[in-house]
Ligand binder design. Structure first.
Ligand SMILES: [Zn+2]
Length: 294
């Protein structure tokens, strides 16, 4: 009888649904995707910015502040990418757990080696929206691996009982990434030369050995002038790049017009996880991106 009762108790434990331990609010889709890889069913997740929104320019909505109010941790890109909304959201959340310096405030860029840090005398008023260094490191496998490890550590701090779980999920993520890296490094991308609309692909270029030889924007965040475009067209006619890289979010129209004038093809890449077909997690987002560059 006692044994039957114990079996009953055990089955009750095993069938009880697992309730999320950590309420994660992530600014960008790729951050949410990583948090799910590491936290799985131990995290409940809210992502603030949609894949079809330009992450440089987002309005802090009341729904975002409400989500932040209930968060155990807020995870964001950093390097000033979300400067126009993340400080307001955190300040207005009235949630002491997610304030700067607390363990519920995770700036993912702390695990990143930023490239393209601007000179000290430059700032956003001079037109460059990236004075802290290029913030688009979600295209960089090496940096993403360190961010994922940082996330596992952060979730463990918030939920110490889950330490082994988060560590194991990180190890699985790292293992899958090693496999993917083998596939990705065999793609014929190295040595190619591209024009890009925005400074979005610098990490990708550094990691996969291609070059960005010109930009459609005059400066990051500044639309091109007519004279800049004229010069670019002349340059492209001589240099014959392998493509014009942009996303459907911004720069598509300009890239297409440039393509018509130069005969160089447009390559539309997803800007984030969930932007376009077959990009539902970070791995498939990278698959689509890299295969498009061939
Ligand atoms: Zn940018």
């Amino acid at each position: 009888m006692k044994k039957i009762f114990l079996t009953f108790l055990l089955s009750l434990v095993l069938t009880t649904p697992v309730f999320a331990e950590v309420n994660v609010v992530a600014t960008l889709p790729w951050i949410g995707s990583l948090a799910k890889e590491i936290g799985k069913d131990k995290v409940s997740l809210t992502v603030l910015v949609k894949p079809n929104q330009d992450p440089h320019y987002v309005d802090a909505k009341p729904s975002m502040i409400r989500a932040a109010n209930r968060a155990d941790v807020i995870m964001y890109n950093g390097l000033d990418l979300e400067i126009s909304y993340i400080p307001i959201i955190i300040r207005s959340s009235r949630n002491s757990k997610i304030q700067q310096g607390q363990k519920g405030n995770l700036d993912c860029s702390q695990y990143v080696n930023p490239i393209d840090r601007a000179r000290a005398d430059m700032d956003r008023s001079m037109g460059d929206v990236h004075p802290m260094g290029n913030p688009h490191y979600h295209f960089s496998p090496g940096n993403i691996l360190r961010v994922a490890e940082g996330m596992a550590a952060a979730l463990t701090e918030l939920d110490p009982a889950g330490e082994g779980f988060y560590r194991a999920n990180f190890e699985a993520f790292a293992g899958k990434l090693r496999e993917k890296q083998k596939q990705w490094s065999s793609l014929p991308i190295s040595g190619k030369r591209f024009i890009a609309y925005h400074k979005l692909f610098e990490y990708l270029a550094a990691d996969f050995g291609f070059r960005i030889i010109g930009y459609v924007e005059s400066k990051p965040g500044i639309p091109p002038s007519a004279s800049h475009i004229e010069r670019l067209i002349e340059d492209m006619k001589k240099s014959r790049p392998d493509g014009i890289l942009t996303t459907s979010l911004y720069g598509k129209k300009e890239a297409e017009s440039l393509s018509t004038k130069t005969g160089v093809r447009v390559i539309l890449l997803p800007n984030d996880v969930g932007a376009g077909k077959g990009t539902e997690d970070w791995f498939s987002f990278m698959d689509v991106t890299l295969k498009s560059l061939q």
